[in-house]
Design a protein around this ligand. Structure first.
Ligand code: PFF
Length: 453
């Protein structure tokens, strides 16, 4: 197995953690996690979520890192290199398709964050009633042009970073953007927990109420752990192909998972104290950050400034994630079609943007057009989050647990014996038995019972 030697790579440990955590921390943490937690009983959901991050998230992440670093190529090429002459490369193709699909709708929501930054900077949110804020959001989504323009701007920003390569693009911007993201979150967290009655929100998030837990809650928590940690489609396989041979895969996976979880909890401690302080229901769902939060910003002193900080934070979180998804497709095009990174970036971004237009328009002019009873946006989300990600995750653990030789797996995880990796037997047991069964459960549930996020 020859690994190309002239490939770009990450230059530092911090760069690797920033980039992988940048991929993981995204709309899934700041937009989805609070509203799913809000709808699923708060603290009890959080506990179950933590359980899945540890039990499944970390082992699946180590598996993706192993495939990527050992394969040394894009997601398709890595499977081809590790399993020559077998159809395993199909998992790589699934990953590229999933990247295409996710980015098409994710960039639509990412674009909304730019509209809200401009709104916060120009007119602000004060003096608007809840119904005005709600109408503003609905009218914006129904507009045939504006959301698409913002989506285009977001894709251009993403493409610009990816075109710069690993060290001088992805690593450089993540090292700069991730600390800003943490700083902004901490500022907002301090503001939120010092509002009157903030403790009610904290109690909601941290005090488990198991009466709200059902099978569905458990499966939701598992699906959310997958999406939030960027697992199942090869974003982390692709990033790991740029890791260095001396990097500790196990420790990196633990650090990235901890960072992602810490930031999801921090986002919860921004949202819930504020929501409870103003006596708003925490169960608003997807509009929680686009309608409920502006309502809160309209009531607090310096609310517009906090509004700007919040929506910039959301845009930054989304950007470091879209970069990792685009990289999956760009690495694939560049290496398999043997074209330059710049050409591959243009080709990938333009084609994804074209699909993305349909996702955006499904809230406006195309809102009557449905696929199997779902809007285009929901159908793309369903295809990615419910079929391609869990399906990809399942095949990834089966590949690592059952196809890869035990000695090769240990060799990669222990850096050829230079690390002790005492967790290896537990890890291998999880990827052989527990993870496939658990993921198969989400997969079957989501295919047959509908929308898991
Ligand atoms: N983890 C990202 C989030 O939480 O928003 C979303 C995501 C990025 C999913 C990259 C999958 C992926 F490959």
């Amino acid at each position: 197995m020859s690994v190309p030697t002239n490939r770009d790579s990450f230059g530092s440990k911090f760069g690797i953690i920033a980039a992988a955590a940048g991929s993981a921390v995204g709309l899934g943490n700041i937009w989805k996690f609070p509203y799913i937690t809000g709808q699923n009983g708060g603290g009890a959901f959080l506990l179950i979520y933590l359980f899945f991050v540890l039990l499944l998230g970390v082992p699946v992440m180590i598996s993706e890192f192993t495939i990527g670093r050992r394969g040394g190529r894009n997601v398709f090429g890595s499977f081809k290199a590790l399993a020559p002459g077998s159809p395993w490369y199909f998992v790589g193709i699934m990953g590229v398709v999933a990247a295409f699909v996710i980015l098409s709708f994710y960039s639509a929501v990412a674009g909304w964050t730019l509209e809200y930054i401009i709104k916060a900077v120009t007119v602000g949110f004060s003096n608007q009633s809840t119904s005005e804020l709600g109408d503003a959001f609905t009218n914006f989504l129904a507009n045939p042009i504006r959301p698409i323009v913002w989506q285009l701007v977001f894709m251009v920003l993403t493409a610009f970073i990816v075109a710069g390569g690993i060290k001088n693009g992805i690593e450089k911007y993540n090292k700069f953007l991730m600390p800003i993201l943490v700083l902004f979150l901490i500022i907002l967290c301090i503001r939120s927990v010092t509002l009157p009655n903030a403790s009610k929100g904290l109690a909601f998030l941290f005090k488990p109420d198991f009466s709200k837990v059902s099978i569905k809650t458990i499966l939701f928590a598992m699906g959310q752990a997958f999406f939030s940690l960027s697992l199942g489609m090869g974003a982390l396989i692709t990033y790991a192909s740029y890791f260095r041979k001396s990097d500790d895969l196990g420790r990196t996976a633990v650090n990235v998972s901890l960072a992602d979880t810490f930031i999801a909890i921090l986002a919860g401690t921004v949202i819930f104290p504020a929501v409870f302080s103003f006596n708003i229901e925490p169960t608003a769902g997807p509009s929680l950050v686009f309608i409920t939060l502006p309502e809160i910003f309209s009531h607090i002193p310096l609310g517009n400034i906090f509004g700007i900080i919040f929506f910039v934070l959301l845009a930054v979180a989304a950007l470091t994630s879209t970069v990792s998804v685009l990289e999956v497709v760009v690495a694939y095009f560049a290496e398999e079609l043997k074209i330059s990174r710049k050409k591959a970036t243009v080709l990938a971004s333009v084609s994804i943007f074209i699909l993305g237009i349909f996702a955006s328009l499904s809230f406006g002019p195309l809102d009557r057009f449905t696929i199997l009873g779902k809007s285009i946006f929901d159908a793309l989300d369903f295809l990615a989050s419910n079929i391609l990600l869990p399906g990809g995750g399942l095949l990834i653990v089966i590949f690592v647990g059952w196809y890869l030789k035990k000695s090769d797996l240990y060799d990669e995880i222990s850096n050829s014996g230079s690390l002790k990796a005492r967790y290896f037997p537990v890890y291998r047991f999880i990827v052989r038995f527990i993870a496939p069964l658990a993921i198969a459960a989400i997969f079957i549930y989501s295919v047959f019972f509908g929308s898991l996020g």
